[in-house]
Design a protein around this ligand. Sequence first.
Ligand code: MOS
Length: 736
Amino acid sequence: MADTRFASIARVDSDEKVRGRSIYGTDRVLPHMVHAALATAPITRGTIRSIASERALAMPGVRLVMTHEDIDVVEPAGFLLSGQGYAFQSVQPLTSNEVVHRGQPVAVVVADTLETALEGAKALEIDYEEAPFQPLLGAASPDDIVAQQGSPLPEAFADKIAGDADAAIEGAPVRIDATFEFHAQHQNPMELISTVAQWRGDRLIVHEGTQNAGAIRFGLARMFGIDADLIEIISPHAGGGFGQKNSMQAQTFLAAFAARRLGRPVKLALTREQTFHTASFRPAAHHRVALGATREGQIVGAVHEVDQQTSRHDFFPSSSTEITARLHGIANFRGSERMVRTDTQTPGYMRAPFEHGGTFAFETAIDELACELEIDPVALRLANDASQDPLTGRPFSSRFLAECLTIGAERFGWAGRPMRAGSMTAENGDLIGWGVACGAYKASTAPAAATIEAHADGRVRVNVTGHEMGQGLRTVIANLVARRLRADASRVELVLGNTRGVPQHLTAGSWGTATAVPAVEAAADALLEQLIDAVPDAGQLPIDEVLRQAGLAELSSQARHKAPGQPDAVYERLATGLPAAMGPAYPEFVGMSYIAHFVEVRIEGSTRRVRVPRVVSVADCGRVVSPVTAASQVRGGVVGGIGATLMEISEIDPRHGGFLNADLAEYVVPVNADIGEIEVHFVDEPDPLLNATGAKGLGEVAMTGVGAALANAIHHATGRRHRNLPIRLDQMWSAP
Ligand code: MOS
């Protein structure tokens, strides 16, 4: 086991990124390439009566108009969360005249230039027959509320039960019962969802920024009815994903179909407005949290109930309570989640998809309990720490949440905090509030394969299962290879997100590092193993020197790795692009990452505008493999949490369905001026059970708990309790 901390190396792709040399999917400009644009449905439900394309086809430069009458699909790619599919929703665009959500693609126009394609799409005359629809979570009829057990993956999303929570709360002397409201939000990665598709004979090559090259490959193979070996997906970088790019999107097949029809490469990028309606988003949800405690501060029971929006055609299940059940040591817990059908595209994953809302609700309720009991909220959490997993009784693989809390309290200066709300004021009259909250996220692992090719000239080429979306996976791998093979990190060439090499699995759920690192580590060990007889110092000396001593110009190795306790059958899922990750519950233990956030808010007295001058975040993600990008992940998570809590909302007009503020002018996200100092620390203790390096996940735990820490700080400043996100200026006055 690695027992020393990893070196702080700079982000290995920073130089090429700041010079604009990183090639993203649709940066590809191929000879004879033409441009496609989508026409999308302006209705929320109904049918297409007719599409007149004469005006569009008459425009100079327009080469092709495709509608549902032109497209044949051999077999749909299927919904990712069915367990056997590849696409973000089950509806395949342009396969029928039915419209099931606003923004559904109904036609593709291909032209010599992007401008002509966009104009051509506008020139289509499409006649619709509209049907009634219901886009709002709160207005759904009882028939539209479905127990989560009805989903195709019932075990994964079953109720979370330990002991008898309702009875424990009923008998408790102190009780909290609160409801919370969360609205839809959109990821808005900078790189738009987009594809460049090219056929070379019967081979299809797709350039696309994605978190899931394997799903695109096998999804396209199904839809075209061709062998997946004929399809290659190339995705060296995704310009942000945040979950929106974690499965096959609507445009990929359309671009590939048009490219085959025209015999030319086709580029198709969604507009920003289309990413709001034609791709997935964080669903709206309602939560209820009830807590029961003794007067001394022992939490004896908790209930967490969730209603979450899904589409009418797919079950996108929720897993909020998988995390909140394990946040504290509460012996009696009942978590239940239901899905509510609404007329929308199928929602999906957005960084800390359920855990942002789940921890907001739960950790706000814990703060209310602390106020009620007049116990310091850090002390209350420390007194209710878990020594084993409350749901399964299994041990945690590692858990340093108490350390996160104590280190954070120390760094923040928490000891100076007065208990009473509204008791701190700045010299300029601003109200000051200090808040704390915890977060947790599953420590998952997916199957992965890796190959290493080491050269005597110092180059090391690594190909591994995993996608770089800005989170730092390239730097993680380079740092690991530098350490294991004594190689120069800047000479490590990384091939990621490329189906020509090792099989590609979805990179999501914060499992990227804990998935790729053990596979690369095993491949590095296999490489050294081949050398150890010739060069007994292999592993201690730089790998290029070892190769020279062994008289070799190059040497390669390969390895694969899966989650602890997973059967070998998961490698078949890996080989066919299907999701096969495991966690948090493993056969022998439960693996989670943890974080504690301490937040200061300053609130202007007359307007109640909220500022966040400083945040201290302390994470337990196991061994930190890349200190620089890990700290950056946490800062990004905090910024995301500030946006999600104070600003971000996708507004729905119930008369028309769809999202009203579908652009970056009106969908408000934080900018530099909104962000103060974010101080990041890591416990950096290796997890002894998950993998040899001891790494857990970090990407999403970073964002969990930020919202509650902010709202708890606002409560500490103003005495008002916020249970409806985002907390905007009007609510600063109207909340109770
Ligand atoms: Mo991430 S929201 O698990 O792709």
